[in-house]
Design a protein around this ligand. Sequence first.
Ligand code: M6R
Length: 602
Amino acid sequence: MCGIVGFTGKRQAAPVLLDGLSKLEYRGYDSAGLAIRDGTDPVQIVKAKGRLKVLEEKTDGGHALSGTCGIGHTRWATHGEPSEQNAHPHCSDDGNVVGVHNGIIENYAQLKEHLMKRGYEFCSETDTEVIPNLIAHYYFADKGPAEERFLRATQRACKRLEGSYAIEVLCSETPDQMIVVRKSSPLVIGIGYKENYIASDIPAILSYTKDFYLLNDQEYAVITRENITFYDEQLHPFEKKYQRIDWDATAAEKNGYPDFMLKEMYEQPSTVRETIGTRVTAGAPTQVDGLDFTAAQLQNLHQIYIIGCGTAMHAGLAAKPMFEHLTHIPTQVDVASEFRYRDPLVDDRTLCIFISQSGETADTIAALRLAKAAGAATLAVSNVIGSSITREADYTVYTHAGPEIAVASTKAYTAQVVLLAVLAIHFAELLGLGAGVAADLKADLLELPSLIEETLKCAPQVKAFADKIHRETDVFFIGRGSDYTTSLEASLKLKEISYIHSEAYPSGELKHGPIALIEKGTTVIGTITDPALVDKSVSNLKEVITRGAKVLVVTNRDVRASDIDTLIRVPETHPLLAPAVSILPYQLLSYYIAKQNGLDVD
Ligand code: M6R
């Protein structure tokens, strides 16, 4: 995934940009580049294939490039191989406009052809190179002050672009000025004292500022060291409120851990504690900031939908029984990329809850828009203050997990499950339902941080099992009820981080086909936490053990079956909250297998 940074101020830009790009390295990239302005001198562009270190060496840590305004980029090749030529920044044919871009320009081939017919020459295979050329084309066809022409030209170019973009551009005739615009690709502007910053992700510039403007789709910002001016799609200026993001800059550092993933897994006792915060107190009604639902509103609902992608959707699956059990409102869970394309039956008596750690996942945003258009009430559950889904939903509640840098979602998942539990309890209290269950759940929620801390102590046992199975090519996860949800999430983690094929099945489904794949030595991993389903689950384990499977069991019950290879005991909690505990050994398992196999987990 590409990364963007920008800076304009009084100090040298290149070292700041390199530092910002280094904070985005975890996102993966194959080349990097900088464009630096020094007053009216021509822009200096330096690019390098490979690690950021190469760019740092080429520019002597940035000191070889003099100038106080600049842009930087880390590229993940989509159009054209990783190479210096294809790396950003890209420059217009005449050298006047320089830009970086995240996203995909779907109609770039037509635009390129159009420009080539008018004599423009291209030197890369990227979709991005059409952007500075289009802007230059409109810029020189226009009249008036350079600043106004540059903005108009950028807007005219963007009107021609189909696809997604976060764009940052410089023009030779407007020194110390940068223009940014976005559509379906994140971009934030950091506010400093007589200096301003741009980034595709908050952690890139978190060590410089905590005050951010969050751009909406099709909004333009013209940025100098002293000013930031916002324009809407029609270029009408408007005022924007900034947001203070209270993340500690060190939260975006590894703080002595070898990887962000490990650090984030071990942060879970405190992130869960933060997410519960003051929302839950034993013996008092739950308080949920950002939600002013009335009992009448909830009584009017005939269904709840929970929508998200990947791990966020799995948090929805973990929450479905909580909502149904506590509120008696039928609750469905859907994958955002399915929901958005299938004309779902939602109406003004539906509450749609959208879960997204980043708040910027395109399918989730599109699903939210669809639900809103159908008249549903929309509630965003996100970790990033001011992110797109939080700006578009009717209501927002935040997980307080701090920045999640590793690609594997770990602390965000447990925070989402916990926050959804808080919501389900809150709704039940408003509806006057399930007082006993809600009180039990609240007591168990308050204990959860220490149970998570306790559970993480299973790491050596997990590591020993990882050592045994790290060369496997297929792993099966089985479970019933919410243990099936845990199996789905465990399987996703293993695929994503360890690159091992795995499947998750509801235990009772094994006999309907997949059991044919279980043979001597196949790894089968079973989760058993629901007291009502222990016997059933154990008998499924016996089926695979009989076929010679190598079995790991994660459980909080007294599971008795011979020939279990490894049994990991996790602390007991309320069955509805069990997914927030039972997932931890699996997060660790995917981590240790990946490390054993020499993979970069972040
Ligand atoms: O930022 P989001 O929560 O919307 O992201 C959704 C998924 O892409 C994400 O949870 C993904 O599945 C994780 N990287 C899995 O670990």
